[in-house]
Design a protein around this ligand. Structure first.
Ligand SMILES: [Ca+2]
Ligand SMILES: [Ca+2]
Length: 473
């Protein structure tokens, strides 16, 4: 055989030039996830929240009006998006489980790993997987974790537990987590802001490789500690409470009631703290919004401004007393509907809206297609690129899963829920946007349920290693 001659070297050099220019042409991805961010956003029609920067992102993006979490809690939602595998396949139904502990998925290629395999540099800061640091940040997914902290620091003890409810909640997690305080700390010195700031610095620099830059903002996750300027945006007397109906859970089955069983609402009402709690959530939404604004400012000034896809999602929704419930962990609209914005240069139109229901797991194949990477045949979810191009085209319903064999299906009009014990709920959003009336038992529901039931998975993974009970955190 001949030696590796001059001609071969020329070929190698040419290949390298072609490959590297090809790589540089690929767009960057700015992948922003905001924890526990529900749909109380200006661009989604909320009239009391102040989210100027998310509204600004909506101006440059396609906004999905009915984006649904694949599971209504942090780790299962994020695992679904980042692995492309839903909870009913992995068995990752809870926050303290890791897909890496399941032999079948121990070496699973995550979304950032797939991007790295195709020439990208993947960086994470803050909470992207379930934690900002340690095993649950999935270090092997990233080239670098540029910030391994998230949230805002707690104030001194005298400023904590001012609401007087500590110890009153039946669920111990609530006793630890339900707290709020207006911090004296300037926003620039808070942790989530620093995550955004470090990401902003990365954006300000040229990069030889295209970037998959993930930014995890932890607030408005509990506890609600945010700089005072954000609490000051919301005079307490101006706060409007969510719409509720007495006896709303009477037409809900036992599993649904148990999912809503934290008993936080009765404690918060008894102490007269509902308005304050809603204000604290809104203040933390506005704080997260400011962090996102800092990032958008940096992107607009950066060398990557015209060649970066921006995706922002909340990992699931959040109850503030609706259906007598707080937090997530339910299959109702409140716990599952999240903001989702996608801005893809040359693909999405500015100020556009898609009314179609989509599931967050769809982001996995969407980003792969948008960046021209080879499609994966080992993942779930469907690329949203057809919707990005034509936001009103026909689409299929979105599926949500919470613990084994409990699912919700959302189409353009209805939410259908089926629990493991066979109990069903059906809500007609055209007439009942707050899901007050379960119409599953009505004669007209029969055909609708039959149609939506087809979306349910045939098989459900069990708990990965041990039995868990509802509402453990
Ligand atoms: Ca979350
Ligand atoms: Ca009801």
């Amino acid at each position: 055989m001949g030696t590796f001659g001059f001609k071969n070297w020329i070929q190698v050099a040419l290949l390298f030039v072609v490959a590297s220019s090809y790589a540089q042409e690929r767009p960057n991805v700015l992948f922003i996830v905001v924890d526990d961010l529900n749909d109380m956003i200006g661009s989604y029609g909320d009239t009391q929240v102040k989210t100027p920067h998310l509204d600004r992102l909506a101006e440059r993006s396609l906004q999905f009006d009915l984006a649904m979490s694949s599971s209504p809690l942090c780790n299962p939602s994020r695992t679904a998006v980042l692995t492309g595998l839903p909870a009913y396949v992995t068995g990752i139904y809870e926050n303290n489980h890791s897909f890496r502990d399941i032999p079948e998925f121990a070496d699973w290629v995550t979304l950032p790993q797939y991007f790295r395999k195709h020439g990208y540099r993947a960086l994470a800061g803050g909470k992207v997987f379930h934690k900002a640091a340690g095993k649950h940040s999935d270090p092997q997914s990233w080239d670098e974790i540029y910030h391994d902290k998230s949230g805002t620091a707690a104030p001194c003890d005298e400023q904590r537990w001012q609401h007087g409810m500590k110890g009153e909640f039946a669920l111990d997690y609530y006793n630890k987590a339900i707290d709020w305080a207006a911090l004296d700390t300037p926003k620039e010195e808070t942790i989530d802001w620093q995550t955004a700031d470090k990401a902003a610095k990365i954006l300000s620099e040229e990069s030889e490789q295209p970037l998959f830059l993930a930014v995890g903002i932890f607030r408005p996750h509990l506890p609600w500690y945010a700089p005072k300027e954000f609490f000051d945006m919301y005079p307490l007397e101006s706060i409007q409470l969510p719409k509720t109906r007495a006896g709303d859970l009477e037409d809900v089955g036992p599993i649904g009631r148990k999912m809503a069983g934290g008993q936080a609402q009765s404690v918060i009402e008894k102490h007269g703290k509902w308005r304050e709690a809603v204000r604290a959530y809104l203040a933390n939404v506005s704080y997260a919004d400011a962090c996102v604004g800092h990032l958008l400012d940096a992107l607009e000034k950066s060398p990557h401004a015209d060649n970066t896809i921006v995706v922002l999602w909340g990992d699931h929704g959040f109850h503030l007393g609706e259906k007598e419930h707080w937090e997530k962990y339910t299959l109702w609209e409140r716990a599952n509907r999240t903001p989702l914005y996608i801005s893809a240069p040359g693909v999405t139109k500015a100020r556009s809206v898609s009314p179609r229901p989509v599931a967050l797991i769809d982001l996995h194949s969407t980003l792969i297609e948008l960046c021209g990477l080879p499609a994966r045949d080992d993942i779930y979810g469907k690329s949203l690129v057809p919707l990005l191009k034509k936001p009103h085209r026909k689409w299929h319903p979105a599926l949500m899963t919470h613990y084994p064999n409990n699912h919700a299906v959302r189409d353009d009009r209805y939410r259908y829920i089926r629990y493991a014990d066979g109990f069903e709920e059906l809500y007609d959003h055209r007439n009942d946007p707050h899901e007050f009336e379960n119409i599953a038992g009505t004669p007209e529901a029969k055909a609708i349920i039959k149609h939506l039931r087809r979306e349910l998975p045939k098989e459900n993974a069990g708990w990965p290693d041990y039995e868990r009970t509802l509402n453990q955190h």
